[in-house]
Design a protein around this ligand. Structure first.
Ligand code: CP3
Length: 370
């Protein structure tokens, strides 16, 4: 484009628009990462898909590990300046299209009265287990936003650091996944207790889920009011339910949360491994479904109601392989959706500590086409 005068620029733009080649126009007028992300959330993107990675903040980054020498995980989550710094680290290093708030889904449990921490040997340890009516009644679902004001303080700091350049994602755990951690008392080999409550004491199960729904709705509303561009609801334990029970035990509560939000930006639902009924998952009000690497994207696209986007779904294992393999496989994921306007590139689950930085670089370069 160098050397063109204004008339020639206008001619070029109008001919590309007539050809329907919005991508070329976007490259020319330099669409920001944030705008690209916002458009894809609405299934209105053209050109390359936006890219960010689940668990991009923390774990794999040397700059995160250096901070962790000085501060515990919980301290970083609870200190707005530190949470801001960790949220921005992957943006500075990889220039992702969106940042995700550095926090954890278990802050909700803490705000309701059940603290979380880490076991020496790895994994989450809750202060006690929620395993009966007495503990459920003791959980305080009212006023969680006040007790999570450190998130309310971090988000505007992050927003202002990102400006209009990069999107910002807020998040929470789905009530079902939260209930599983809260009832097991942390990480567990098998998640059985929430399931047992669902089948054997449906009224008590509803009492717990009702409380979690109130707490998560209030928490997400606070994030909306602080200016996030999207919300993601993580239901990573959704796949331990039978397909026929998923909507009653989990999807229903996700739907109530989404319906209860005011002025909500698009909501991304990640129900990992819940891959058997796409239209009922979308009926929760999800604007985008985030899917794991076992899902065939073209078939998903066919099955989804119009206007619902797709996030995913490179196998995170590949980030342990080589930059060349990552480039090849990431390209395949993009090709499989053939320029779908609602594709947000992501992994099928999160970045793990074993992932290689050069593989993440290769992924971003491939998606950005540079
Ligand atoms: O995606 C991001 O980068 C944003 C921050 C984020 C974290 N956890 C930070 C974190 C998000 C969105 C989560 C979500 C989360 N937390 C989920 C749902 C999604 C998923 O990834 O499965 C769940 C189930 C949790 C609860 C939790 N937190 C677990 C099971 C663990 C692992 C325990 C362990 O020993 O590895 C965590 C820890 C955690 N959350 C870390 C980070 C950066 C690692 C802490 C560290 O090692 O420094």
């Amino acid at each position: 484009m160098v050397g063109l005068d204004w008339n020639e620029v206008c001619l070029f733009m109008s001919s590309e628009i007539v050809k329907g080649n919005q991508g070329a126009v976007d490259e020319f007028v330099a669409v920001s990462n944030r705008e690209r992300f916002q458009r894809a959330l609405q299934c209105q993107n053209s050109g390359r898909p936006p890219v960010w990675l689940m668990r991009q903040a923390g774990r794999v980054l040397p700059e995160y590990r250096a901070l962790k020498e000085k501060h515990s995980f919980v301290e970083m989550v609870r200190t707005p300046e530190l949470a801001t710094e960790v949220t921005l680290q992957p943006i500075e290093r990889f220039d992702f299209d969106a940042a995700i708030l550095f926090s954890d889904i278990l802050v909700i449990a803490e705000a309701m009265g059940q603290k979380y921490g880490f076991r020496e040997q790895g994994g989450i340890e809750m202060e006690f287990t929620v395993d009966g009516a007495a503990e459920i009644d003791r959980l305080n679902a009212e006023g969680v936003a006040e007790r999570l004001d450190y998130v309310g303080k971090a988000l505007p700091m992050i927003r202002s650091a990102l400006g209009d350049k990069t999107g910002l994602i807020g998040f929470a755990g789905a009530p079902w996944t939260l209930a599983n951690y809260m009832m097991e008392g942390g990480s567990a080999k098998e998640f059985l207790k929430a399931k047992e409550l669902y089948y054997s004491e449906p009224k008590l199960f509803e009492r717990l889920m009702g409380k979690l729904t109130v707490a998560v709705t209030e928490y997400l509303q606070m994030q909306i009011d602080a200016g996030v561009d999207a919300l993601q609801i993580f239901d990573t334990q959704g796949s331990c339910l039978a397909a026929s029970d998923f909507m009653a035990a989990s999807g229903r509560w996700i739907g109530e949360i989404i319906a209860g939000l005011k002025n909500a930006p698009p909501v991304i639902v990640f129900a990992k491994g819940v891959n058997s009924n796409w239209s009922s998952l979308a009926s929760t009000g999800a604007q985008v479904l985030s899917v794991d690497w076992t899902v065939d994207l073209p078939s998903l696209r066919e099955a989804l109601p119009k206007g619902v986007g797709i996030q995913g779904n490179l196998d995170p294992y590949l980030l342990r392989s080589t930059p060349e393999i990552v480039a090849r496989e990431a390209q395949k994921v993009m090709d499989s959706l053939n320029g779908f306007s609602g594709h947000i590139f992501n992994l099928g689950h999160g970045v793990t500590p074993e992932c290689k930085l050069e593989c993440i670089e290769s992924l971003v370069e491939t998606v950005k086409g540079s």
